[in-house]
Design a protein around this ligand. Structure first.
Ligand code: ADP
Ligand code: MG
Length: 250
């Protein structure tokens, strides 16, 4: 489904990713962890072709297609969805306007308005957000937690098959955490998407159980393992995977 090969990425003359490799199979949940500032969000942005990040070397394949030069909107149409660490505001564009346009451009068909509104309403109810959100400008004047839920509204409507969650749990209170994670779990069980999940909080794994956990440091993955790695990280931190600045590969 996703294969990143020897990726080196530069932003403002700073090399952030250096020979980064990662493969995620279809329907798998892959967790990416690591200290602050190691390049986790950079990977998310590169996967959506953010122009601030240049690929100096390496390839990104999505369903066996090389996508290095594919435009952001085309990646979205291919089913890639990023839930940003800090979802941005889009003043002047409402959720419903954006979603109607996005859906019709994805399917090349006119949207059935009655069905569309019914679906939006039922998702709002499930996410415990007011149905008035449907006509609100995207993320404008919304709290951190509301923004995450608003992005989930987009996710449920657009039905992506590759989801990137960049610290989805950050800024959520305990109740919103449960609602958001339960909703993602339900989506996973219903549509079986492939998920790349970036988080510091291993409680997230109770809802979305990763097939692999990968630790990023020095621009590439220094350790990969199964769910049991979460316990080691919680107890010993990331430092345990490095000895005197050297990486342990095993
Ligand atoms: P993480 O998500 O792992 O905390 P980021 O991917 O946001 O880390 O950033 C990795 C490093 O690259 C940080 O040191 C950050 O300051 C730097 N960085 C990120 N984006 C840019 C940019 N556009 N220009 C210059 N440096 C950047
Ligand atoms: Mg980040």
């Amino acid at each position: 489904m996703l294969k990143i090969e020897n990726l080196t990425v530069v932003a403002n003359k700073k090399t952030i990713l250096d020979n980064f490799n990662l493969t995620i199979n279809k329907g798998e949940i892959c967790a990416l962890m690591g200290p602050n500032g190691v390049g986790k969000s950079t990977i998310c942005k590169v996967l959506l072709n953010d122009p601030n990040y240049q690929i100096k070397k390496g390839n990104i394949y999505y369903n066996d297609t090389l996508i290095n030069k594919v435009k952001t909107e085309d990646r979205a149409k291919m089913g890639i969805f990023l839930l940003n660490q800090t979802p941005i505001t889009i003043p002047g564009v409402t959720n419903s306007e954006m979603l109607r346009l996005a859906l019709s451009s994805k399917t090349n068909e006119a949207v059935d308005i009655l069905k569309f509104h019914k679906e939006l309403k039922s998702i709002c109810e499930k996410l415990d957000i007011p149905t008035a959100f449907i006509h609100r400008n995207i993320n404008e004047d919304m709290s951190g937690g509301e923004r995450k839920k608003n992005e989930l509204l987009h996710l449920w409507m657009l039905k992506p098959n590759f989801i990137i969650l960049d610290e989805v749990d950050s800024g959520l209170d305990v109740d919103s955490f449960k609602i958001v994670l339960k909703s993602l779990k339900e989506y996973y069980q219903k549509y079986n998407p492939t998920i790349l999940i970036i988080t510091h909080n291993t409680k997230v794994f109770k809802y979305l159980k990763p097939h692999t956990i990968n630790i990023l440091s020095d621009g590439h993955i220094i350790k990969s393992g199964d769910i049991s790695l979460a316990k080691v990280i919680d107890e010993e931190g990331y430092e345990t995977f490095k000895i005197k600045g050297k990486t342990i590969y095993e």
